[in-house]
Design a protein around this ligand. Structure first.
Ligand SMILES: Cc1cc2nc3c(=O)[nH]c(=O)nc-3n(C[C@H](O)[C@H](O)[C@H](O)COP(=O)(O)OP(=O)(O)OC[C@H]3O[C@@H](n4cnc5c(N)ncnc54)[C@H](O)[C@@H]3O)c2cc1C
Length: 418
């Protein structure tokens, strides 16, 4: 019997498996697909860098075909208001740079690293059922017809949320019912110098674009739009994406010579919360533990950070029998998700964007925003007051408009409709 079975070999699963194997536990990882496989989520955050160091991946990331990211730019669709946040504005030097990645290659690197660290990795093996009735072991059934046992199981199955769906308590975030359409393009020019690697977020009245330079030549472009709009507009994903690009001046300008080199992919209704993340013989990590709208590129960082925290908690649980460590793990992850939820649920409001995209130096907002954009959300204390100040200013802006110039909302471009 293995100590731990990990379901899923994305960033969460391979990170947890690697760290547990390095702690001397026997770990079996079961992955449904064969890597490399396509996945979305291409922009990483600098606060992941410490973990890359510990996993021994920093040099490989620098040597690989990944693009350095030094910040993020937010701009309105008509190009009239915008701000570039750079990680060197207030962060320690090890957080000045992150990466934009082709996920097929990045995830494969992490999975190979798990195997090299002593994890038994089985690809093309889907977990079809999990039994959790005995608190001291879990029984797993696979698509290959096997029945496997472990002292503990970690669910890193992503949005499929295998165990979460079984135990219940998964709820969609009603206010964030969105659909994303995205593809890779060539011939999209970038700003000069270090800003070439920035994530660009273009804000529309009822939607937003991302533009992420994932290699020297490829740009990932995605449109996130309300599900209701997609239902009512009657357009195919290709048409909605192409027409909204053409009708958004700032994006159209950048993409006038662009050539689409992949199909248009779609993901829908991706924001959800999980009431419970741990039990005596299981833990949920990464997207399987919850996911919020991708606006701040937080997914991979939270996936890997939650894996890191869970690995330590699972080891303690198996060595001591105590549940305390797993409960602390759940509290930390819920706390971080809550901080992002506060930012993200407000991102779709005009007054929030007015303050966020025109940060006044006298209020000291830039360091707060840069911290959030970099992934500084797992600290227990310290930045809470600064975040409260930020939201107090947003409230003043809403009622009095004194904090920043108003955005002419009605004049912003919107998602295309017939
Ligand atoms: C539109 C959109 C844009 C995004 N953009 C960003 C971004 O810019 N930056 C960012 O950091 N994040 C982004 N994300 C989020 C990011 O994609 C995820 O948060 C991240 O992939 C989570 O990693 P994970 O390991 O938890 O899950 P996944 O990457 O989904 O990995 C789960 C793995 O489990 C396997 N699996 C599933 N079911 C089973 C089973 N039954 N048995 C065995 N294996 C199974 C799957 O094959 C998969 O390989 C975005 C998400 C969306 C929807």
């Amino acid at each position: 019997m293995n100590d731990v079975i990990v379901i899923g070999g994305g960033p969460a699963g391979s990170t947890a498996a690697t760290l547990l194997a390095r702690r001397g536990l026997s770990v079996l990882l079961l992955e449904r697909d064969r890597f490399p496989r396509f996945q979305i989520g291409e922009s990483l955050l600098p606060y992941n860098n410490d973990l890359f160091d510990r996993l021994g991946l920093s040099e490989k990331l620098q040597a690989g075909d990944f693009f350095p990211k030094y910040g993020a730019e937010f701009v309105t669709g008509d190009g009239t208001i915008g701000y570039t946040f750079r990680f060197d504005q207030n962060l320690a030097e090890q957080y000045h740079r992150s990466f934009q990645v082709k996920r097929s290659e990045f995830d494969h690197l992490l999975l190979r690293n798990a195997a090299q660290s002593g994890v038994e990795v089985r690809e093309e093996t889907s977990v079809t059922a999990v039994q959790l009735d005995d608190p001291n072991r879990a029984v797993i059934e696979t698509s290959t017809g096997e029945r496997l046992e472990a002292r503990f199981v970690i669910d890193a199955s992503g949005h499929g949320a295998l165990i979460g769906n079984r135990i219940g308590g998964k709820s969609n975030v009603e206010s964030l019912k969105k659909v994303a359409f995205f593809a890779h393009y060539r011939n999209v020019p970038r700003p000069p110098g270090r800003d070439a690697g920035n994530t660009l977020i273009v804000v529309l009245r009822d939607a937003w674009f991302w533009m992420i330079p994932i290699t020297e030549e490829l740009m990932s472009v995605g449109l996130v739009v309300d599900r209701e709009h997609v239902k009512s507009c009657g357009m195919s994903p290709e048409e909605l994406l192409a027409r909204t690009i053409a009708e958004t001046p700032y994006v159209a300008n950048r993409m006038n010579a662009a050539e689409r080199v992949t199909q248009v992919y779609a993901r829908k209704d991706f924001s959800y919360a999980m009431e419970r993340m741990v039990g005596r013989n299981f833990a949920l990590i990464g997207d399987a533990a919850g996911f919020i709208d991708p606006i701040f590129s937080t997914g991979v960082f939270i996936a890997m950070k939650s894996a890191d925290l869970a690995a330590a908690a699972v080891e303690q649980r198996l060595r001591s029998g105590s549940m305390r460590f797993l409960r602390n793990y759940e509290r930390s992850v819920k706390g971080a998700l809550h901080k992002y939820f506060r930012f993200i649920s407000n991102f779709y409001r005009r007054e929030f964007l007015e303050v966020f995209m025109q940060p006044r130096p006298k209020f000291g907002l830039v360091p707060v925003i840069v911290g959030v954009l970099a992934g500084n959300v797992f600290a227990e204390r310290g930045d809470r007051l600064k975040l409260d100040l930020f939201f107090a200013l947003v409230a003043v802006q809403k009622h009095l408009g004194l904090i920043a110039p108003r955005i002419e909302w009605e004049r912003l471009p919107a998602a295309a409709s017939v």
